[in-house]
Design a binder for this molecule. Structure first.
Ligand code: AGP
Length: 604
């Protein structure tokens, strides 16, 4: 989604801002812009539709140096993608970049227009620029003007404001949209994601909800929601500097698929020691009678898989719900309930809102399974089980998903142990997890064969994914991957549902992808396969190598390495990721930044 970078320095910071924007490109955007104040106190703004490269080319043609500046990549919410709607927005001497949505922008716009302000965009953000400009007339400082302006705003924002007449400072404010301050030497920075600033600093402070900060070259003053001075600890980041590089791979997504054996090993580090589960870091999981999992998209599919595990292995009742549904309905909270949020980014607006709501409604404890240390979900939960997948740049979630599943299996073991799980079950989980990185490596070995298989999908417009039990969510995840990066309409069904409707769709034009591990449901799944074959459907079956499913006319069978059934959902994810990747490459879509999608969905 939208990205923010800002800097106050003595040197020319334009290249720092542009590099920051490049590093945020993965979040998804449709236009980009920069505003800088130069030594002669001129405010110059450049905005372009499309990629950061177009913006950089425009700046290269007409250089615009300056020591204080703000930059932005916009993902349109209010107003079409256009140069006029791109940020920064300017009002008099004020320039603003903003992530989030101002919900009362229409009322504010009318009020400001009545007071003589002219609007040049359709955005909600432009009201912030005019409001700060107006408040500055009666304020002694930009800081006070921003504090006054934000008290009039409803909705979500992470914003950065600069003033042409006061060039050596920026004022930033956060409410519902993340901002991180980067500490430099004789220069300081702000960004919506620390990745943007890794080339210039590794020292970061996360702003908290309601914070406002005044940032100069030598000083960072932070105030809380009540405008009282506040301290926000600085952390050294351990994210790799080159986390945004694709290395030898053509796309981030493929790099991230191949990184999964290492990412999963990282998730397990210190938590599986000498073949034994070390679950102390999960905190107190005793006296839990009910688990409620909340997440969106791929993370929701991880939660759906975990429900099977938690009920079967830990013996605890478990519900899973999409965050945007959970937050807008009345739900009943039983005593001794654990809330589990799952999120790659830790900033997904609906998941965060659901956590906040749940905390008010009587959950005993809240744990988050998250990939980003220091993210809002991590900070606001009682406990965090970090997935340690490393930065995930591709919009399509891959290593974040399999590491979430790994962490959820650890959580299942923790819950089980606290609920009297027997030693055999615990050893079985430990052994399955121990073998997992090597098994994933083996599954990646299917890449060449899956690339050939992908040719069959190039001309297709629809696809159906089938699974049963804990593989049903994996079928859902396979369908999501295919639709989001190849734009092929794909749906997933629990195979037992076929007769209840979707069988009507089957003909020779409909590819059906079946996930068939070697478990107690296999005979039932084989019957489903026959139902599809009998109606002329084209089948692609991913089956355990030990199963005797033979290829037939209209049925291709891909052997998947044999594994313990409890961990099979993680393993079967791999071939489906590879399939969607190769189909997307054949179709020539933008694999890493699919149309209309954003990596981190910070608005609801
Ligand atoms: C999946 O490939 C998508 N990127 C999307 O569904 C994603 O999982 C969802 O937006 C949730 O994001 P989160 O894990 O960062 O909360």
């Amino acid at each position: 989604m939208c990205g923010i970078v800002g800097a106050v320095a003595q040197r020319d910071i334009v290249e720092v801002l542009l590099e920051g924007l490049r590093r945020l490109e993965y979040r998804g955007y449709d236009s980009a812009g920069v505003a800088v104040i130069n030594d002669s106190q001129n405010l110059r703004r450049v905005r372009r539709m499309g990629k950061v490269k177009t913006l950089a080319d425009a700046i290269a043609e007409s250089p615009t140096p300056g020591g204080t500046g703000i930059a932005h990549t916009r993902w349109a919410t209010h107003g079409e993608p256009s140069e006029d709607n791109a940020h920064p927005h300017v009002s008099g001497d004020i320039a603003v970049v903003h992530n989030g949505i101002i919900e009362n922008h229409e009322k504010l716009r009318e009020e400001l227009q009545d007071q003589g302000y002219t609007f040049t965009s359709q955005t909600d953000t432009e009201v912030i620029a005019h409001l700060v400009e107006r408040e500055l007339r009666d304020s002694t400082s930009l800081l006070n003007a921003v504090m006054a302006a934000r008290s009039l705003l409803e909705g979500a924002y992470g914003m950065v404001v600069i003033n042409r007449t006061d060039p050596e400072r920026m004022v930033v404010a956060r409410s519902g949209s993340p901002l991180v301050v980067g500490h430099g030497i004789g220069e300081n920075f702000i960004a919506s994601d620390q990745l943007a600033l890794l080339p210039v600093t590794r020292k970061f402070s996360y702003l908290e909800e309601g914070d406002v900060a005044e940032i100069t070259r030598t000083e960072i003053r932070i105030f809380d929601a009540g405008n009282e001075p506040a301290t926000r600890e600085a952390h050294e980041s351990d994210v790799e500097h080159d986390a945004g590089d694709k290395g030898e791979f053509r796309h981030h997504m493929m790099k991230e698929i191949y990184e999964q054996p290492v990412a999963i090993a990282n998730t397990l580090e210190g938590r599986l020691v000498g073949g034994k589960l070390n679950l102390e870091s999960l905190g107190d999981l005793s006296n839990i009678d009910q688990v409620q999992i909340i997440a969106c998209g791929t993370s929701y599919h991880a939660g759906m898989t975990a429900r099977y595990w938690i009920e079967e292995l830990a013996g605890i009742a478990c519900n899973v719900e999409i965050a945007s549904e959970f937050r807008y309905r009345k739900s009943v909270v039983r005593p001794n309930s654990l809330l589990v949020t799952i999120s790659q980014s830790g900033e997904t607006a609906d998941t965060l809102a659901a956590l906040r709501l749940a905390k008010e409604t009587g959950y005993d404890r809240a744990i988050t399974i998250c990939n980003v240390p220091g993210s809002s979900l991590v900070r606001e939960s009682d406990m965090a089980l970090l997935t340690r997948a490393g930065a995930e740049i591709g919009v399509a979630s891959t290593k974040a998903f399999t590491t979430q599943l790994t962490a959820l299996m650890l959580l299942t073991a923790g819950l089980g142990r606290a609920n009297g799980m027997n030693k055999e079950s615990e050893s079985r989980i430990a052994e399955a997890l121990l073998k997992l990185p090597a098994l994933i490596e083996k599954a990646i070995g299917m890449d060449g064969a899956i690339k050939d298989l992908a040719e069959h999908f190039a001309e297709k417009h629809h696809a159906l994914f089938l699974g049963r039990g804990d593989q049903y969510p994996i079928a859902m995840e396979g369908a999501l991957k295919l639709k989001e990066i190849s734009y092929i309409h794909a749906e997933a069904y629990a195979a037992g549902e076929l007769k209840h409707g979707p069988l009507a769709l089957i003909d020779s034009e409909m590819p059906i992808i079946v996930v068939a591990p070697n478990n107690e449901l296999i005979e039932k799944l084989k019957s489903n396969i026959e139902e599809v074959r009998a109606r002329g459907g084209e089948l692609f079956v991913f089956a355990d190598e030990k199963l005797s499913i033979r290829p037939e006319s209209n049925m291709k069978v891909m052997s998947v390495p044999h594994c313990d059934d409890i961990i099979a959902p993680v393993l079967y994810t791999l071939p489906l990721q590879l399939l969607s990747y190769h189909v997307a490459v054949i179709k020539g879509t933008d694999v890493d930044q699919p149309r209309n999608l954003a990596k981190s969905v910070t608005v609801e």
